[in-house]
Write a protein that binds this ligand. Sequence first.
Ligand code: ZN
Length: 225
Amino acid sequence: MKKWIFSLSLLLCASFINSPKINHNEHEHASALTVAPKMLKASDARFIQPYSVNAGYLAVKGMEVKGFDAQSLEKVEQAFSVLEKVVNSEEFKSRVLNFVNTQGKTEFASNKGLTNTQIYATFMDGRETLQQNTPGEMNYYLSLYNKRYSKVIGWTNGDINTININWKFFKSFKPSDVAGNFAHEWTHKIGFDHKSAAEHDSAPYAIGYIVREMAERAAKGEELH
Ligand SMILES: [Zn+2]
């Protein structure tokens, strides 16, 4: 039990979505890339076709990854790779559609009135609140920082594309832990929040846990279906 509480506290995430000011031009900075070339995929026609429909596959893309050394970048890439496998699996779909919250209801906490199916569809559509023109993509703008006396693994807010990652936790995280945290933070990017770091059945937490658990099994060589 103690170990469980400890692992939950590690997934703490600060999110501040209290300011209504949104900069709709932020996606224009997507071309300023500082990431290793192999992490980047060829530019995609979907960039210039706003509001096209996602055919179903969700691609994970590093758009701007700042502050990571070569070894850490390798871990980021491993996390991206397993994250993409997880979110495109049938098991992920089934687990999101059938998710049951702590009240025993088949719905997420803080779900904004959306059903599990609608949340899954929103997730797989891949349109971040600030980047409506990139369907079919989980776009990651990452920035590494180091705060030793903090319980925050990573944070973002509704006004920025960037997800800030705390080195304090990242340094000892396995790629599967990183994948879970990336999924949590990206679920904020598509507009879902949690009331507190204890709301473990909110979409960001619950989806983060599903991804982490599946990624861990994939790391052990299990094939995901
Ligand atoms: Zn969070």
